[in-house]
Design a binder for this molecule. Structure first.
Ligand code: IDP
Ligand code: MG
Length: 154
């Protein structure tokens, strides 16, 4: 595999409440990505502020932090070739209304403030490592071989 990479992904509280965990995890499994870490957790306020720190000057920042801490989330790390960009492509755009059918946000959401999923931004330098470190200890991430790897990668 070239460009093997780990990326941080999270089913947000709205996705958990709407029973979309299975649907979302399924999409990444079907695509061939490998789950290397997962945690069902309620994010402490300080961690939420840190996670979204580049948005702290936005008018929607407080509401965003309130929303993301309002209930449990499923935090995950997925691994695969070019994983960060592939996951972002599967998610669609930030606004579900702008996201094409076939994407997670385009299929499962309607409103910008309730867009179901977070994924590290491939255009933001080092976002995946920073976010993985914020949510996971090293021993919570698992190196293992999956039986389908020789059939997924040339
Ligand atoms: P992303 O989630 O697609 O990476 P970002 O611009 O990083 O989008 O914004 C982070 C999150 O902040 C979005 O997923 C969304 O939940 C929220 N958000 C972004 N822009 C707005 C807005 O204009 N109004 C309300 N919420 C917003
Ligand atoms: Mg972002």
């Amino acid at each position: 595999m070239s460009d093997a990479e780990r990326t941080f992904v999270m089913v947000k509280p709205d996705g958990v409440q709407r029973g979309l965990i299975g649907e979302i995890v399924s999409r990444f499994e079907d695509r061939g990505l490998k789950l290397v870490g997962a945690k069902f957790t309620r994010i402490p306020e300080e961690q939420a502020q840190e996670h979204y720190r580049e948005l702290e000057d936005e008018p929607f920042f407080d509401g965003l932090v309130e929303f993301i801490t309002s209930g449990p989330v499923l935090a995950m790390v997925w691994e695969g070739q070019d994983a960060t960009r592939q996951v972002r492509n599967m998610m669609g755009k930030t606004d579900p209304a702008e996201s094409p059918p076939g994407t997670i946000r385009g299929d499962l959401g309607l409103d910008l403030g309730r867009n179901v999923i977070h994924g590290s931004d491939h255009e933001e330098d080092g976002a995946n490592e920073r976010e993985i470190d914020l949510f996971f200890d090293e021993d919570e991430l698992h190196d293992y071989e999956k039986v389908d790897e020789t059939w997924l990668y040339e």
